[in-house]
Design a binder for this molecule. Structure first.
Ligand SMILES: Cc1cc2nc3c(=O)[nH]c(=O)nc-3n(C[C@H](O)[C@H](O)[C@H](O)COP(=O)(O)O)c2cc1C
Length: 184
């Protein structure tokens, strides 16, 4: 944590979480599914948009999990995870894995096979990154998990996009942006 520099006249006003969240929602992202398996063999999966590339040498990616999330400790303790970038027509799957539930794989088992470290691997996705946990950082109310990519795959599918709390295809978002511009 850095101290506010002496030469600066005054500290800015405290940040209001709600308006910061609203501002951050203007940053457009893709939508991913991250999966892992616990030491006891229980599969976990959650929808995320905090995915980011970090480094090519070594090949590193990262994502963030809220420490209060039901399954957070499983990801922190697991040696591997798999990140799948979801396609535009996988919004239902994104919503399914964004709801807390004891076993999210019931009813969707057929969509997965086994990947690195026995983690469930989504068979159809824009791209998948099978990662070995490289480092884990506890920052604020989140854990940041950095993974070393051991295997990846990609396709030509069009991505699912998240912007201002809405999921949709690139075309859906372009149409919405056009409507907002017209109304202004
Ligand atoms: C588009 C979208 C993006 C999300 N991104 C994240 C994220 O990056 N990190 C996180 O901890 N939760 C994120 N969530 C919320 C989790 O998906 C949700 O809390 C889920 O229930 C967590 O799984 P669990 O209850 O099995 O622990 C996101 C939800 C949505 C719909």
């Amino acid at each position: 944590m850095f101290a506010w520099p002496q030469h600066m006249p005054s500290e800015p006003a405290p940040i209001e979480a709600r308006s910061l969240r609203q501002a951050l929602a203007g940053f457009c992202t893709g939508v991913c599914l991250v999966t892992t398996v616990s030491k006891e063999g229980k599969r976990e999966g959650m929808t995320i948009n905090s995915f980011s590339s970090v480094s090519l040498d070594p090949p590193l990616v990262l994502w963030g999990v809220r420490e209060a999330a039901r399954s957070a400790s499983v990801y922190v303790d697991s040696p591997a995870f798999i990140i799948s970038v979801l396609a535009a027509d996988q919004q239902d799957l994104a919503l399914h894995f964004a709801r807390p539930s004891e076993d999210k794989f019931i009813g969707v088992e057929d969509l997965f096979d086994g990947g690195l470290g026995d983690c469930p691997r989504l068979k159809r996705a824009v791209s998948t990154y099978e990662c070995q946990l490289y480092s884990c950082h506890h920052e604020g109310d989140h854990f940041l998990l950095v993974g070393q990519v051991k295997r990846f795959s990609q396709s030509q599918l069009s991505p699912l996009i998240f912007h201002r709390g809405r999921m949709g295809s690139l075309a859906d978002h372009a149409l919405q942006a056009e409507q907002v511009a017209t109304a202004a």
